[in-house]
Design a binder for this molecule. Structure first.
Ligand SMILES: CC(C)(CO)[C@@H](O)C(=O)NCCC(=O)O
Ligand code: NA
Length: 618
């Protein structure tokens, strides 16, 4: 255990002790134990890593269950553990419908993105952009990715710090600094295998913490039927909202359909995830791990939604926010745990460890992917250097990224919006245009490099225009989204603002600004594809023969072979089309896709040796 970690654990447990008066000793032990275990595990794998191949692909030997848990952990941080219950407490279970988007959001990556990327044997997903378009597109893509991950890191470091600050009195920026530096110093340079296995451990801690709090919380609320009656009478069980209005924040359409694009940008083309797919033993294993993410994500979503309901069952409409014990919705979960279970030995500690684990796993996979793309996409192609130099440089990079992320935590602090909405908006605003760029390359053989660059630029301009416009105009009207029982959940501070005529006229720019943040990803990727195609046609579309082999997904051929299977089901198996039997697909009968796979095979003849530079020695 490093000195820094010891200091943090000591400080943390000291604060816990002050706040809880009594049973802080077990808490100290649990937080410390978990940090130490995390650390030991990490170094156990780090120590073994010798070659560059191991660093980047974990020897291409990963099995699917650890990979699936790690895939889930990348984008499941304290933000989800804290933000989702706060959302459900305030607005009911409508958010749960985002679970519907996981179906297509994981099937499409498994059957379209993974085959393309795996067969090209990429190191970084941005190599694809150079193969398909040119070097400039690759650099633009890399820059956008770095930008996205750095802001997201800001949110996921800030969130546990905010919660800790509220409840333990731990200094906010002290906590931000502590979490940030532990992550930076310890997790940046361990290689993928170490990151994946620590992620597995962190996921287990995360689930355990949530589950224990839920079980005891239901008990606290007076048992299952009592708790259910309370949340039902409080109107927290939302039915499916089919309102087609795209400006309504959470409906089935924004969550279940807009969410698919969000999921595609995260699970289809994000380097953190693609790196994991590429590290599996075979393409089949990679697909399997993508399928396995589905149940893991559903469990995680269920735990955090149920946590919100349990909080409602305990507090009803007397939220600690309204009584001004805390200052932000996002502090509620930890407040609930500390307030309700301070006499349960070890539980507050377990939950703090749960938050830390969730954020540490996110930060470690983000840092690992940032280190990889910076070396592989930005530095290696331009400068050659010795191994020792490269190691030093990676360390310096890790520290610089750490500092930038801390600065971003401050920006998030200034934004003062719900952390969950902030994180998902960032995914849509920067991840959306990146998704569009990859779709342009994979589905449209005629797209050219000029189209790709202009498309990406337009997508980013559009997203910041709508995103920032929405944020500014929403400052006055965001309160509309808060109340369900309008009198109770709005804190006093906001009440004056609501009084201001905040009725946004849904015409013109204001209509655009009030677009639900869940549509950002879809809108921005669509803009990139549209502008990209128009510019490509104006400047001379790429000829089919000039497109590098294996970089385009044969949509027509695949569709034809799927159709063929439908018309003559006996040829293969009597399965309905993919989208109608997800659950079956999710359990992993990959062979059934044989027809499609063969069709794809013909077109995706990858010949990586000739084109992909083998830049494996980081
Ligand atoms: C990104 C999804 C929707 C799916 O992975 C979910 O994990 C989520 O809401 N994440 C919030 C961001 C975070 O937890 O850091
Ligand atoms: Na995580």
């Amino acid at each position: 255990m490093s000195l820094l970690e010891l200091c943090i654990v000591n400080e943390l447990s000291f604060r816990l002790q002050l706040v809880l008066h009594s049973s802080a000793q077990p808490d100290l032990q649990i937080v410390a134990l978990i940090l130490v275990l995390h650390h030991r595990l990490y170094y156990a794998f780090k120590g073994r890593q010798r070659t560059a191949e191991e660093f980047l692909y974990a020897d291409r030997s990963m099995k699917c269950l650890p990979l699936a848990l790690s895939l889930m952990a990348s984008f499941q941080s304290a933000v989800a553990i804290i933000g989702t219950p706060a959302e459900v407490y305030a607005n009911g279970t409508q958010y749960w419908f985002i679970g519907c988007s996981y179906i297509l959001g994981l099937l499409i990556p498994a059957h379209i993105f993974i085959p393309v990327f795996y067969r090209l044997q990429l190191t970084s997903v941005y190599q694809y952009l150079e193969l398909r378009f040119c070097k400039a597109v690759r650099i633009c893509g890399t820059a956008a990715f770095i930008f996205q991950m750095v802001i997201y890191m800001g949110v996921s470091i800030y969130t546990p710090a905010l919660a800790l600050n509220a409840v333990t009195g731990f200094h906010l920026w002290g906590a931000v600094l502590a979490i940030g530096s532990v992550c930076t110093l310890n997790t940046a340079l361990g290689g993928l295998k170490a990151v994946v296995w620590t992620n597995v451990f962190q996921t287990v801690v995360m689930f355990t913490g949530q589950l224990v709090v839920i079980i005891l919380g239901v008990h606290e609320a007076g048992g299952l039927s009592e708790a259910w009656a309370k949340v039902r009478d409080g109107g927290r069980i939302s039915g499916i909202d089919l309102n087609p209005d795209p400006t309504v924040r959470h409906t089935f359409w924004t969550l279940g359909v807009g969410g698919v694009f969000l999921m595609l940008s995260l699970y289809g083309v994000n380097q953190a995830q693609v790196q994991r797919y590429l590290s599996s033993r075979s393409e089949r294993e990679a697909k399997m791990s993508c399928y396995m993410v589905f149940p893991c994500l559903q469990v995680s979503l269920m735990l955090s939604c149920v946590m919100g309901l349990v909080m409602y069952a305990c507090y009803g409409d007397n939220s600690p926010l309204e009584q001004q014990y805390i200052t932000s919705k996002d502090q509620m979960v930890l407040y609930f745990v500390m307030d309700t279970f301070q006499n349960v030995p070890g539980l507050p500690g377990l939950f703090v460890a749960c938050l830390f684990s969730a954020s540490l796993s996110t930060v470690s996979s983000a840092f690992n992917s940032l280190a990889t793309v910076t070396m592989v996409d930005l530095i290696k192609p331009h400068y050659s250097m010795t191994e020792a130099r490269a190691t030093l440089l990676s360390k310096m990079l890790a520290v610089s990224y750490g500092i930038i992320c801390l600065a971003m935590a401050y920006v998030v602090h200034l934004m003062n919006s719900s952390v969950l909405q902030a994180a998902l908006s960032i995914f849509g605003m920067v991840g959306g245009p990146l998704l569009g760029l990859f779709c342009l390359g994979i589905f449209f053989p005629c797209a050219n490099s000029i189209g790709a660059v202009t498309g990406l630029a337009s997508g980013l301009v559009m997203s910041f225009w709508v995103g920032i416009g929405g944020f500014l105009s929403g400052m006055a009207s965001s309160v509309q989204v808060l109340p369900l029982n309008s009198t109770n959940t709005v804190p006093d501070v906001f009440e004056n603002i609501t009084a201001v005529p905040a009725i946004v006229d849904a015409a013109g720019l204001n209509g655009l600004y009030s677009l639900s943040y869940m549509w950002y990803s879809a809108l921005n990727s669509f803009i990139v594809v549209l502008v990209g195609l128009v510019i490509s046609f104006l400047t001379g579309p790429t000829k089919a023969v000039d497109v590098s082999s294996g970089t385009v997904y044969p949509v027509m051929t695949t569709a034809r072979s799927l159709l063929h299977r439908l018309v003559e089901p006996s040829a293969c198996c009597p399965d309905p089309p993919e989208h109608m039997n997800e659950t079956h697909e999710m359990t992993g009968n990959v062979e059934e896709d044989a027809g499609t796979e063969e069709a794809t095979e013909v077109f995706l003849q990858s010949n990586p040796e000739s084109q992909v530079e083998q830049e494996t020695d980081v």
